[in-house]
Each structure stands twice: as C-alpha cells, then as structure tokens.
Design a binder for this molecule. Structure first.
Ligand code: NAD
Length: 481
C-alpha cells in the first residue's frame, strides 16, 4: 500500500469503433467465412467484444489464391521504391490511428494501455517505417546482386503482441515483394482486423495482404497449403515442431520463433536498483506473456538477499488491474487457458519445494488475473526453472562464480534471450560471447528495435526477424554476407 491512493485514470474507449462482427479480409474486402464464428472477449472483464469469422480450408484456399494473383500481377512487378511508398503510408496511418489501435489492443489482449500505447503500437509502426526504407535498397542488403521474393507467405502469430507480431511478419514480407496471408491468434484478432482497414485506407492493391481468422485448424490449413512458398510462425515450441514436420520435404522456406526461458544474470558489481527495475521489466512486462521474458533470475550469492529484498519491496508498488487505466502496471492474463497453465505450474513450484511469494494485491472479481509471483530456493531441476510459464512468475536461482552463471544460464533447451547486469564492460562481452541466446541485453532488458535482429538458438527456433537479417527469410538468394 502506498502513502496515497491513485485516482482512476481510464483511457476512453470511445475512440474505438467496434463492429459487432468481423469477416475475413480477402482480396481487399471483408467477406463472411464458411466456418463457425467465434467470440473475442476482453480478458479483463469477460465482456464479448465482437464475433469473428472462422476460415475453413476453402476460405484459406481463396485467400492464398488472392495473394498469388496479387503477387504475380502487381506486387512482384512493382519497383521497390513504389512498394516502399505503400509501407510508409501504412506506417503513417498506424501512427495517426495509434490511440485507437492501442485501446483496441488493450481491450482484446488485456495488456496495460501504457504498454500498448508506448511500446506495441509505436514499435509496430517503426517496423513498417524501417522495412519501407529497405524496399528499394534490397540489392545493397548483402543478399546478392538482385534478390528475388519467394511468392506467397503464410504467417501465423500468437496473442501476446498481436499487432507487433503482425508488423514483424508483414513489413519485411511486403518490402521484399512477397504477398501474405496472415492468421492472428484466436483470442486476439481485433487489431489485425483494424490493420486490414488500414490497408484499405492506404489503397494497398487487393490481395497483397489477406487476413484469415480462426484457431489452430485454420493455421494448419494455411501452413500446409501447397501454394504457400514461405511459412513464418511465432508461438509455442510444440506447434512449431508440428509445423516443421508438416512442411518437411516441401519447397517452403520456414522461420520459427518459439518459446524461451531466459536467464537474467545479476553479478555482484551490478547497480542494484537499476537491476531491480530490469528484473521487473524482464518478467512482469506484458504479464510475463513474453517469449524472451527474463523468467529465470540468476543472482550472485553475495548479493542475492539484498536483490530479492529490494525486488519484493518494488513489487509491492506495482498496480494490477484495469488495462485501460493509465496507472496500471500489470493487466489481465490473456485467457482462461493461459491462467490455468500459470496456476498449475506455480502449484508445481510449491510442490517441488520452492518458496512462493506475492505482494498483497486485490485482484478484480471477473476476468483472468494472476498476482506477480516470485519463487526463491529454486534449482535448475525444478519444472518452474525449465518450462516456459508465460506468466508473471519469476524463478530465482543463485550462483557463485561467473562460469557457474553461464553454465546455469545455458542449461535449458531454449536460447532466445538473456540479460547481464554488471558494471564491467569486459564482463558483459565475456558473458555475451558464452551465452547461447539470440539476443543478449546488457544492463537493460526487453528492448526492441526494428534494426536489430531477433530470434533463437536450439528449441527457440530458427531464422531472424528484424534488421537486415530479417530480409533473408523472405528472399530467394543465399545467406547474409
Ligand atoms: P500456440 O503455438 O498454440 O498458438 C500460436 C498460433 O498458432 C495461434 O495463432 C494458433 O491459432 C496457431 N496454431 C495452433 N495450432 C496450430 C497448428 N497445428 N498449425 C498451425 N497453427 C496453429 O500457442 P498458444 O496456445 O497461444 O500458447 C501456448 C504456449 O505457447 C504458451 O504457454 C507459451 O509458452 C507459448 N507461446 C510462445 C509465444 C512466443 O512468442 N514465442 C507466444 C505465445 C505463446
């Protein structure tokens, strides 16, 4: 409890013009789907926000055919400088409509408005600006003298950063001259539908972007479609494996961005208050629904008590509740299923003997909520140290020497990201060299920039998104030089 209470500071919903139902976006138009429509709810209140069409195999087929036509007749023939203009236009409209996108994202996903407003939407627009700049410079990307697009990309994304993951997928695909069929996650389809309106507003030629909604079966129909040349997937390792199996032996090029269990390593010379902020951002940002979350805190034994004490004190100041309140730090868990998984793994943590702690906080009575949770006394063999929880749950482990820290950090089937907190530049470089992770943050965490490549080692997947490297997955020519 703070010294004084905050008054509610809700962002207005009136900026969003929610329709009661949404169709599929195929060939530049919204059309009904053949499947059984499903409801998208607000995870904070369980209120039904809209009904959304479900695409069956025939709908997916129609979307892929539209993408193929647009690829052959228009998009692959258009000079890069012209494609770039469309991407710049989309980016600018996203900025103009950023408040609307942010409110809708928070409503549909449950994330705090300050995150959708300050991180998700600006970073999504930044990806379009960044790749717009590449569209007419592909021959200078180190990917050969005249790199060629692949054709039609089938893209499947998760629910944790709906619009941002859409941008990570669509911006590089369009910049390189491909057309796309994208399937958003079934719990968070609404900002993708607003994005479809933005494509119309930008006069994007019909069929260049198609959006099919539905659950796993729709995703399956898309990635297995014989006329898809490229599959890009972000989501769970289990589904990633299934997709890799289903496209094996086909001509399809695949990139997979899967789970993680990142180590956030705090050395004894780290600036402790700064590290505590980084630990909080690492695991409680977006309710911990982050594939690169710093879910394992590795702290040097000599400072462990102090770090954990200060961390707990800091957590008592976090505000959990209404995602649309501008003062909210932690919003709702995205779905009942995800809440059940977080609850179950946390119970396993206790049963395995780790010590569980949460600050006192009142959770709303409807919707899906989980208090920020810290487990101490965790060892590497505990399931909470090995499995991705994908929620606001931190496992704290300790180490004595730097090499023990590296050994523990790398002792995981994943390898998406890691964090290092230390005063010494030489130690940062020493650790970054040894950590088997696609991204290593030093004295910061969860920083995203469109110019910086992102992707995994080991079971975290393959291929890179972002930066010059992110172009490669959408072009025919060889490796990044
Ligand atoms: P998921 O992998 O089941 O879903 C991700 C996307 O894939 C969704 O759009 C879904 O509809 C689609 N999909 C599901 N089955 C498919 C199939 N057989 N073929 C093609 N597409 C399919 O992930 P989830 O259910 O949303 O979450 C489960 C776990 O995944 C989480 O607990 C978390 O550990 C992990 N996850 C990771 C990320 C990440 O960014 N790496 C994101 C979300 C979830």
């Amino acid at each position: 409890m703070g010294i004084f209470e905050y008054a509610p500071a809700p962002e207005s919903r009136s900026v969003v013009n929610l329709r009661s139902s949404y169709g599929l976006f195929i060939d530049g138009e919204f059309i009904p789907g053949n499947g059984k429509p499903f409801k998208s709810i607000s995870p904070a209140t369980e209120e039904v926000l809209a009904e959304v069409a479900e695409a069956d195999d025939a709908d997916v087929d129609r979307a892929v055919a539209a993408a193929r036509r647009a690829y052959e007749r228009v998009w692959s023939r258009m000079p890069g400088s012209e494609r770039g203009k469309y991407l710049f236009r989309i980016a600018r409209i996203m900025q103009e409509r950023s408040r609307e996108l942010a409110v809708l994202e928070s409503l549909d996903n449950g994330k705090p408005i300050k995150e959708s407003r300050d991180v998700d939407i600006p970073t999504a627009a930044a990806h379009f600006f960044y790749y717009a700049g590449w569209a007419d410079k592909l021959e200078h990307a180190g990917l050969g003298p005249s790199p060629k697009p692949l054709g039609v990309a089938g893209q499947v994304i998760p629910w944790n950063f709906p619009l941002l993951m859409l941008a990570w997928k669509i911006a590089p695909a369009l910049a390189t001259g491909n057309t796309v069929v994208l399937k958003p996650a079934e719990t968070t389809p609404l900002t993708a539908m607003l994005f479809a309106e933005i494509c119309q507003q930008a006069d994007l030629p019909p069929g260049v972007v198609n959006i099919v909604t539905g659950a796993g079966r729709t995703g399956q129909a898309l990635v297995r479609h014989p006329d898809v040349d490229k599959v890009a997937f972000t989501g769970s390792t289990a589904v990633g494996r299934e997709i890799a199996r289903s496209v094996a032996g086909s001509r399809k090029k695949v990139t997979l961005e899967l789970g993680g269990k990142a180590a956030n390593i705090v050395f004894d010379d780290a600036p402790i208050d700064q590290a505590v902020e980084g630990i909080v951002n690492g695991i409680f940002f977006n309710q911990g629904h982050v594939c690169c979350a710093g879910s394992r805190l590795l702290v040097q034994e000599s400072v462990a008590d102090e770090v954990v004490d200060r961390l707990k004190r800091r957590l008592t100041t976090l505000r959990v509740g209404d995602p649309l309140d501008k003062n909210t730090d932690i919003g709702a868990i995205n779905s009942a299923e995800q809440l059940a998984r977080i609850t179950e793994l946390s119970e396993v943590g206790e049963a395995e003997g780790a010590t569980r702690w949460s600050p006192e906080c009142e959770l709303p009575s409807s919707g899906f909520w989980f208090a920020p949770t810290v487990f101490t006394g965790v060892s590497n063999s505990h399931r909470i140290a090995r499995e991705e929880i994908f929620g606001p749950v931190l496992a704290v482990l300790t180490f004595r020497t730097p090499s023990e820290a590296i050994e523990k950090a790398n002792n995981t089937p994943y390898g998406l990201s890691a964090g290092v907190w230390t005063e010494k530049g030489s130690r940062i470089l020493w650790a970054a060299d040894r950590l088997r992770a696609g991204v290593v943050w030093a004295n910061t965490f969860n920083r995203f920039d469109p110019a910086s490549p992102f992707g995994g080692y080991k079971e975290s997947g393959y291929g890179r998104e972002g930066g010059r490297q992110g172009l490669e997955g959408y072009l025919q020519s060889g490796e990044v030089a």
